[in-house]
Design a protein. Structure first.
Ligand code: 5MM
Length: 341
């Protein structure tokens, strides 16, 4: 393992002004997204949609440090025959790959999940590296509901995240470590804080036990937010202050950067929260985005599967990438959204 090289890639992924595009929807998830815009979920449509983002040169070169791809996409070619990985690299962005194989029910823990995909992972990583991937992603899912999460779910998921991270570093690939505490419930922000704190502490404990070098990872956590069905919605400032406090209590300063997931927040909320955290400043790590929905909802809607809408979809993608790029430096203003509308 060349740690200096891993650290260089990790730092590039969280360069101020830039963040990560999570375009790694599995087949089931991208079908749901396409159903919502009445687009048939064919291989060509998935390619055309993703190609339109990767060819938005201004967005990719100025604001997108890396792209998380799904297995299908990393082997796919653009319409003109260029490998999509080369389109991404030509824009100055780094190709990455989702390597988890989704979630399965966790035995003895009703309603809880464990992420699968460790079997043969070492071999798959070698092939992904040869194909150009310099970072990977593995997502653990922790739900909050009455009686859960259990310690068993937190521990087994943290253990698997660390196993994955160690295998990635051995293959000279930077692991994005993503323990996601879902915001689906009716819990308040303090319950989210409490569960996320436990999850992050357990995750870093496992990373330590399994000798993962923190200089060569990127953390992808949820923010501390109220559950979607909560009666009490926390303000932008409260989310920012509590998330920063939470991270300071859990994430060692050796980690080069933290790239948040959006988790179902609206596009503008995800931007405002990131911006407010960066406005607090004085943090040991760079804070940026690794958004899926909060970067793609607008371009997906604008595109709606029609060739004639590609330019407006690219404008929508550029706009969200630009807004989040500003937020990663604490330089976003809500007026900029109104001007674009
Ligand atoms: C893009 O969505 C990713 C893939 O999800 P599935 O494996 O369920 O299809 C997802 O892991 C994503 O990378 C993160 O959750 C961040 O995306 P959001 O939409 O939460 O910003």
């Amino acid at each position: 393992m060349n740690l200096a090289e891993l650290n260089k890639v990790a730092r590039a992924m969280v360069t101020p002004g830039k963040g990560i595009l999570a375009a790694d929807e599995s087949s089931g998830t991208i079908k749901k997204r396409f159903d919502a815009i009445s687009v048939e979920c064919t291989e060509d449509n998935r390619r055309d949609y993703r190609e339109l983002m990767f060819r938005t040169h201004e967005a990719m070169s100025k604001y997108i440090s890396g792209v998380i791809l799904y297995d299908e996409t990393i082997w796919q070619k653009a319409k003109d025959g260029t490998p999509l990985v080369d389109v991404i690299k030509k824009a100055g962005s780094i190709p990455g790959i989702k390597v988890d194989e989704g979630t399965k029910p966790l035995p003895n823990c009703p309603g809880e999940l464990i992420t699968a995909g460790l079997d043969k992972l070492a071999d798959r990583l070698v092939k992904y590296y040869e194909q150009g991937a310099r970072f990977a992603k593995w997502r653990a899912v922790i739900d909050i509901a009455p009686g859960i999460p259990s310690y068993a779910a937190i521990h087994t998921n943290a253990h698997a995240l660390a196993r994955y991270a160690a295998l990635c570093q051995a293959a000279q690939i930077v692991p994005i470590v993503e323990p996601e505490v879902l915001m689906d419930g009716d819990h308040d922000i303090d319950r989210c804080y409490e569960v996320t704190e436990f999850v992050l502490k357990e995750t870093f404990q496992q990373l330590y036990y399994q000798k993962v070098s923190l200089e060569g990872i990127v953390l992808k956590p949820n923010m501390a937010v109220s559950g979607k069905k909560s009666a009490k919605k926390a303000s932008v400032q409260e989310v920012a202050e509590k998330t920063v406090k939470l991270l300071k209590n859990c994430v060692p300063g050796a980690v080069p950067g933290i790239a948040f997931l959006s988790g179902g927040q609206s596009d503008e909320e995800a931007t405002a929260h990131l911006d407010a955290m960066n406005k607090i400043g004085g943090l040991p790590w760079n804070l940026t985005f690794s958004y899926g929905r909060a970067l793609q909802a607008a371009p997906q809607k604008a595109w709606s599967g029609k060739g004639e809408n590609v330019a407006s979809a690219q404008r929508a993608f550029l706009h969200r990438a630009h807004m989040n790029g500003l937020a990663s430096m604490g330089q976003w203003k809500s007026d900029l959204e109104k001007k674009a509308a």
